[in-house]
Design a binder for this molecule. Structure first.
Ligand SMILES: NC(=O)c1ccc[n+]([C@@H]2O[C@H](COP(=O)([O-])OP(=O)(O)OC[C@H]3O[C@@H](n4cnc5c(N)ncnc54)[C@H](O)[C@@H]3O)[C@@H](O)[C@H]2O)c1
Length: 352
């Protein structure tokens, strides 16, 4: 195991190592330079496991520490929890020289990031992601959001952290189902732009610093080229148009990562049929998703998936940008007319 540092966008660092939570205070002090108050935001699960370690580490460095803890789960990523957090920050008289420390999975990171982006029109925050998905995806890139009853991530802001600290040791306590969600995103990077990562995944049995660093590096590259998601950053949505549709159709009973895995396979099947994608891509995708115990098919019909996909926020009027895998380690954006989508989904659902 070795420590890996990745220079992410906007000059903040992503540090990936093992057993570093007890040293988090020192890393944070170095990144934010001035000492003030740190508010650790976590859900109840993560707080119980790691809250104390991070609190002690920050206090050892001279920070005054408060903790804000909310019930775990996507249900908490809403305006009500955000409002409680805003009021907590105000009650504790948090100022612009203080920091929020998001300690947890993607829900914690998204919620804390949006609080940091909006409270006092913006204060600094540090991400300490504890789920694989948050390490490889949610904590890097600066997207923050909450959900509305009408849909996920509908209200948010772009707000970059001052530092991201990934402690691989935290993954040992992550429940298996959430590890799977993370693996789906890791595999996704391979098919977007990184054939070597796919080779590493063929050999790997657990997430390593090297694998996480490669994913962060891939995300960094795509985000730097297109911070506000107008072009190449959209490649990160491989498997997402149909993945989101599957999540919605299942009333969010199918998790995001697992839905994305199915979404990648459906789009690859359709792309192979249409001659847009080499056959080997689909074979490798099926092998990878099988190895990491991810689902490969869905019970939903083409019509209902199309309806759900067209309600997606990524739709651009009469067209939709699909991410199409074209060869191993390479995907491309393809703008299609919404009237074509049903036929594409039907192709994806048909067996080869
Ligand atoms: N901002 C972005 O760019 C971005 C990208 C991808 C996903 N997301 C968001 O991320 C969220 C999903 O992230 P997630 O899967 O991490 O969800 P999550 O934060 O709900 O974490 C999943 C579960 O694992 C638990 N957990 C987390 N780390 C743990 C650990 N080390 N040990 C034990 N339990 C642990 C949590 O308490 C929770 O119950 C979604 O809301 C999604 O919209 C954001």
């Amino acid at each position: 195991m070795k420590k890996v540092e990745v220079k992410a966008t906007k000059n903040y660092e992503v540090i990936i190592d093992t057993d570093i939570l007890a040293k988090s205070g020192a890393y944070i002090k170095k990144a934010v330079t001035d000492l003030g108050t740190a508010v650790i935001v976590s859900d109840d699960n993560v707080e119980a496991l790691y809250g104390k370690t991070v609190k002690i580490s920050l206090e050892e460095q001279g920070f005054k520490v408060y903790q804000f803890t909310f019930p775990h789960g996507e249900e908490s990523k809403n305006i009500s929890t955000l409002n409680e957090l805003w009021q907590f920050l105000a009650e504790k008289e948090i100022t612009k020289s203080d920091i929020i420390v998001a300690l947890g999975g993607g829900v914690t990171g998204d919620l804390s990031g949006l609080a940091a982006a909006t409270y006092l029109r913006g204060i600094r925050f540090v991400q300490i992601p504890t789920s694989l998905l948050a390490m490889v995806d949610a904590s890097v890139g600066g997207k923050t959001a909450i959900d509305l009853p009408q849909g996920k991530n509908l209200v948010g802001a772009f707000w970059q952290p001052s530092l991201v600290l990934c402690d691989c040791a935290a993954l040992k306590t992550l429940p298996a189902q959430y590890l799977l969600d993370g693996w789906a995103e890791v595999i996704k990077y391979g098919f977007i732009a990184d054939a070597e990562l796919l080779d590493m995944l063929a050999e790997a049995s657990e997430p390593s610093e090297e694998i996480i660093a490669r994913c962060v590096e891939n995300k960094r590259r795509l985000v730097e080229a297109d911070e506000y998601d107008k072009g190449s950053r959209q490649l990160l949505n491989l498997g997402h148009t149909l993945g989101h549709a599957i999540e919605k159709c299942s009333n969010y009973q199918i998790s995001h990562g697992q839905a994305v895995a199915i979404g990648m396979i459906l789009i690859a099947k359709a792309a192979v049929k249409r001659g847009w994608c080499e056959k080997e891509v689909l074979a490798k995708m099926l092998a990878m998703t099988a190895k990491y115990q991810l689902p490969q098919s869905t019970i939903y019909q083409a019509e209902e998936l199309k309806e759900a996909a067209l309600r997606d926020k990524k739709r651009l009027g009469a067209s939709i940008n699909l991410v199409i895998p074209v060869k191993i380690g390479e995907s491309r954006l393809k703008k299609i007319d919404v009237t074509e989508l049903l036929a594409i989904i039907k192709d994806g659902l048909q067996d080869e």
